[in-house]
Design a protein around this ligand. Structure first.
Ligand code: NAG
Ligand code: NAG
Ligand code: NAG
Ligand code: NAG
Length: 397
């Protein structure tokens, strides 16, 4: 091989290397800028701490016992929850609770706060419907969460302008985890049961959710990660209704709601431009862990780790409760919420699939779709042109 050929090859490799680095840098610059979170206690990271006079707060031991601070952290978990773990997967810090940002603004008189890094609006106890809005278990129902988001949207629009904001939001993830509390409410309310058949109730859940999703879309949301409801009949609280076995009525409602949710999402996507979403089948993914516990290192699928009485499910997790020693081998942390160990597996499945749990795509594919969108045909041709030019230049040296 003569020296010229070697030189040619080396310079081609050299230039290609820079082009590849350039392209990677370009893709890197397109990564998700923010996550906006809506939902219930599965993704609340502390909003409820700022609600006066509600018992729905994770502020007492043993909540947070496995959190990095080892203290109650406003998460209804022994450790991190799905909002934290999704942010980790994407490489972003956890989006802060909306009400914590508001209270900082009030206390420091700071006029401008940035919501561009993501915001979490979720509230423990929240439902699609307004539910226990006025009781001692007050929370921020979805409709109000979306109203708060609209205020954030207007503020951002003033700060950076509509077109920059649309560009930012269309690359951001909107993570929605809600519906479980509406099913609990139906099971606990003779009145709701008299007024609606189970099918009517889950239909109206899905259509009410659609109204809120449309409001998010009208204010810029384009990329959504939406979780279905788990097999909540298998949580310790509801197992008490069926001699420690799963309560089938609750599971039936969850299953039917998830069916409605999926067909609503398909229809909604067709009605609007540029929506991409990933639906996660929480029901199937959790059932898999409950039915095949040992393959994931779980031993106890029935008892709450922290609680009192039969299945540790007769009272909530309180400082005076029993607590299990191995949180890794329990499916349930308290009478209704999963352990961090379960959430970690669930979040991995949200992100990577397999496709039996995610449709039409998983979250990783959702992010790639957004990168593909921003890598416009023009940019792609420019890159291709550069590579071809370099190749011919090195050939004709
Ligand atoms: C909650 O109570 C505190 C102290 O009483 C008060 O400053 C704050 O405005 C209240 N917040 C709401 C949302 O009502
Ligand atoms: C506040 O907003 C103004 C204009 O939007 C901006 O110039 C300034 O840098 C902001 N200040 C902080 C501390 O973010
Ligand atoms: C109780 O559990 C058994 C076994 O899983 C199931 O067949 C039955 O339908 C359940 N009954 C109720 C009322 O949930
Ligand atoms: C859809 O995406 C295209 C290409 O990015 C854009 O030009 C158009 O404005 C978007 N339409 C809506 C309604 O978001």
């Amino acid at each position: 091989m003569n020296k010229l050929v070697i030189l040619m090859r080396n310079s081609f490799l050299f230039i290609s290397f820079f082009i590849i680095m350039f392209s990677l840098g370009f893709l890197e610059a397109q990564k998700v800028p923010a996550i906006y979170v809506f939902g219930d206690s599965l993704v609340d990271v502390g909003n409820n701490n700022y609600i006066n006079g509600t018992f729905a707060k994770a502020i007492l031991p043993y909540y947070g016992i496995d959190f990095p601070t080892k203290k109650p952290a406003g998460r209804f978990s022994n450790g991190k929850n799905a909002a934290d773990l999704i942010a980790e997967k994407i490489g972003l810090p956890t989006s802060p609770p909306y009400l914590s940002i508001l209270s900082k603004v009030k206390n420091n008189n700071k006029k401008n706060v940035s919501f561009l890094g993501g915001v979490n609006f979720a509230s423990g106890g929240a439902g699609i419907f307004n539910g226990k809005h006025d009781s001692l278990w007050r929370s921020i129902p979805l409709k109000e969460q979306v109203e708060y988001y609209s205020q954030v949207y207007e503020q951002l629009k003033q700060q950076i302008g509509a077109s920059k904001l649309q560009n930012h939001l269309s690359k951001s993830i909107f993570f929605v985890v809600i519906g479980g509390n509406d099913i609990f409410d139906y099971l606990n309310s003779m009145d709701l049961q008299k007024k609606n058949t189970p099918q009517q109730y889950v239909n109206s859940m899905a259509s009410s959710l659609k109204v809120q999703l449309q409001r998010l879309y009208n204010n810029g949301a384009r990329m959504l990660e939406i979780a279905g409801v788990a097999a909540i009949g298998c949580c310790p609280t509801l197992r008490l209704k069926n001699k420690t076995e799963c309560f089938s009525e609750a599971n039936f409602l969850s299953f039917k709601y998830n069916e409605e949710l999926q067909s609503m999402l398909k229809e909604w996507q067709l009605e609007n431009k540029n929506i991409s979403y990933s639906y996660f089948d929480t029901y199937a993914a959790l059932q898999d862990l409950i039915q095949n516990p040992t393959s994931h290192g779980f031993v106890d699928v029935k008892n709450a780790c922290c609680g009192i009485g039969e299945l540790n499910a007769q009272l909530p997790c309180l400082p005076s409760s029993n607590i299990c020693t191995n949180r890794q081998d329990h499916i349930f942390w308290d009478p209704v919420h999963p352990t961090e160990a379960v959430t970690t597996i669930i979040v991995d499945r949200i992100f990577n699939g397999p496709s039996k749990y995610t449709s039409p795509i998983n979250m990783k594919q959702l992010l790639h779709e957004s990168i593909a969108k921003s890598l416009s045909p023009f940019n792609f041709l420019l890159l291709l042109g550069l590579v071809v030019t370099c190749y011919y230049q090195t050939k004709t040296i």
